[in-house]
Write a protein that binds this ligand. Structure first.
Ligand code: HEC
Length: 155
């Protein structure tokens, strides 16, 4: 009997001790500084909208790869080297623009090239077979493609 009472006393004494230990361990306020830092970091990594209000591509920063875009979209008609001799353009009238044509390069400004790529040939009175790419390409990609078109003119 005396033994049982001893056990009970010890158990009763241990209870508050355990409770204090548990509370101590699970007190979240100790991590407040860490939470605040994580919160700040998560806010920083929220992708910002692009200059034109578009949702940026996954990964925050938009990757602009004009070479890849040109090769997969434009080369089919304008040719891999910009000579206007791509297989997709062979049957077209008028023919896709040859970007090496220096007289044409001199006759258009950058804004016009950007407009044609974004809104299509029809937007400047050209053939509608030059499709609008504004819904497929980002503004940054279109500017990069304009520069690529210009680069062909330098070759
Ligand atoms: C389906 C074929 C086709 C594809 C794909 C195509 N184009 Fe064209 N593009 C044309 C044709 C045809 C013309 C000529 C239109 C005319 O002279 O009336 C043209 C004209 C142009 C011009 C000249 C506009 C001017 O002011 O004379 C530019 C610049 C151009 N394309 C850029 C691009 C770029 C950049 C891409 C890729 C994003 C592209 N094109 C994809 C067919 C195509």
């Amino acid at each position: 009997m005396r033994f049982l009472r001893k056990v009970r006393v010890i158990a009763l004494a241990a209870c508050p001790l355990l409770l204090v230990c548990c509370l101590e361990q699970y007190d979240p306020s100790k991590n407040n500084a860490k939470f605040a830092a994580e919160w700040k970091q998560s806010e920083q990594s929220i992708p910002k909208l692009t200059a034109t209000g578009e949702i940026p591509a996954a990964g925050g920063e938009q990757k602009v790869d004009a070479e890849e875009r040109y090769a997969t979209i434009c080369a089919n008609c304008h040719g891999p080297k910009g000579n206007g001799d791509g297989p997709g353009g062979a049957a077209l009238t008028p023919k896709p623009r040859n970007f090496h044509d220096k007289a044409w390069q001199a006759s258009v400004d950058d804004a016009r090239i950007i407009k044609v790529i974004t809104k299509g040939g029809a937007s400047v009175g050209l053939s509608a077979t030059m499709a609008p790419w504004g819904s497929v390409l980002s503004p940054e990609e279109i500017v990069a493609l304009m520069k690529k078109v210009r680069a062909f003119g330098q070759q």
